[in-house]
Design a protein around this ligand. Structure first.
Ligand SMILES: [Zn+2]
Length: 136
């Protein structure tokens, strides 16, 4: 299993990494599941309702709107992303609980790296990120 995204989309994560900020940043991943590959076509940022440097909660109103837009544009919500301003890009205990409730792709961005995981009620595994397209 791997995550595939265009360089332009990956660039958004790199931009987040360069502007990690004090509070955790978070949002949703739009795309589609294709067998063992998960295509991410758009990354949406949503306000962190917790305003915390160590946890996040997607603002519920913005989340609902994002789900509506994904459906309207024929995309699926394939996962979530968030930052770890103070820690490595590895799932915290709270993230692991979240993966059980919201299975799918979890991308974690920290200053030390960008990592993707596939989480479910059975646990989580790290998955590779393939970036396609030419560098600009
Ligand atoms: Zn986390």
């Amino acid at each position: 299993m791997k995550v595939v995204m265009a360089r332009k989309v990956y660039g958004m994560l790199e931009n987040v990494r360069e502007n990690i900020g004090y509070y955790e940043r978070c949002g949703l991943l739009f795309g589609e599941l294709c067998g063992n590959e998960i295509y991410i076509t758009e990354i949406v940022e949503i306000e962190n309702a917790r305003k915390s440097p160590s946890e996040f909660e997607l603002d519920p109103v913005q989340t609902l709107k994002a789900f509506e837009r994904a459906e309207r544009d024929g995309m699926e919500v394939v996962g979530v992303w968030h930052t770890h301003p103070l820690w490595i890009p590895f799932p915290s205990l709270k993230d692991r609980e979240g993966m059980r409730v919201y299975p799918g792709v979890w991308i974690i961005v920290s200053e030390s790296g960008i990592k993707a995981y596939f989480g479910s009620e059975k646990g989580f595994v790290e998955v590779g990120i393939e970036v396609t397209g030419s560098p600009q």
